[in-house]
Design a protein around this ligand. Structure first.
Ligand SMILES: [Zn+2]
Length: 265
């Protein structure tokens, strides 16, 4: 009879406590990742504000921040998957622990026979691997990104910085925007000047210069856009940050183009 310890040890319920201790790093790690996410968002906001007040080029910075954010969100996503694996392993320990006798000289043989069974640490890895195998993790991650508002906002900002007049692709909200010839108008439909302080009507998604629409609302609460039947009150208006970024990015590009033309002439 073999008296060495078997490779496989019973998954006793008392292991659960060791197990909790071994996985205690999760909340701290998750907090650290969230802190990094917040840092990137703050940093990006600072750059965008700088662009809005000083017309600084920010496309490259926002682009690399978006990439870092995506990498961090991926760790957040993987950590959530890992947490799931830990949970199912814990369930398994609870369940198996009830069925397996404690290890003793009498039961040693039983556990030697189980040499290919997984120990609890391997069990987590196995659950994690299975989770990845069974599900299309990349597609799931794409869904996860779609639901992350911070990521989506940052992505939209980067898009309009690079393409000030283009509608955002695959965005249903954009169908209602002022699009002419495939381009988005960067001018207030009332004053016909470039937007400086654009506001958007929440229900119909039409954008106006704040001062123009407030003046219009004094005598009339119909949306001034032809064919739009929406009624607007001043409380329906929210700042249209994307439009503000579009105008700044567009004017900066125009200025640059003129400078280049002047240099050539
Ligand atoms: Zn409208």
């Amino acid at each position: 009879m073999a008296t060495t310890l078997p490779d496989y040890l019973p998954l006793h319920a008392s292991l659960k406590h060791d197990f909790d201790r071994a996985t205690a790093f999760r909340p701290a790690l998750s907090k650290q990742v969230q802190e990094l996410v917040d840092m990137i968002l703050q940093d990006t906001k600072r750059y965008i504000d700088q662009m809005l007040t000083e017309s600084v080029e920010v496309s490259a910075v926002v682009g690399s921040n978006l990439a870092s954010l995506e990498a961090l969100l991926r760790s957040q996503f993987d950590l959530a998957k890992y947490t799931q694996s830990v949970k199912s392993t814990k369930e398994k320990i609870k369940h198996v622990g009830r069925e397996e006798p404690a290890i003793s000289l009498e039961t040693l043989e039983v556990y030697h026979a189980k040499e290919h069974a997984l120990n609890f640490a391997d069990e987590i890895d196995e659950q994690f691997r299975m989770e990845k195998e069974v599900n299309d993790v990349d597609a799931e991650f794409a869904e996860f990104l779609k639901k992350n508002n911070d990521y989506q906002n940052l992505k939209k900002m980067l898009f309009v910085i690079d393409n000030p007049e283009e509608p955002i692709p695959d965005d249903e909200e954009d169908e209602d925007l002022n699009v002419s010839g495939g381009k988005i108008s960067l001018k207030d439909p009332i004053s016909l000047n470039y937007f400086a302080a654009p506001v958007i009507a929440k229900r119909c998604q039409h954008t106006f210069e704040k001062e123009s629409i407030l003046t219009h609302l004094v005598s009339n609460n119909n949306c001034p856009i032809n064919g739009c039947t929406n009624k607007i009150t001043s409380s329906d208006l929210v700042e249209d940050q994307l439009m503000k970024i579009r105008v700044k990015a567009y004017l900066a590009k125009e200025r640059k183009r003129h400078e280049n033309v002047a240099r050539v002439v």
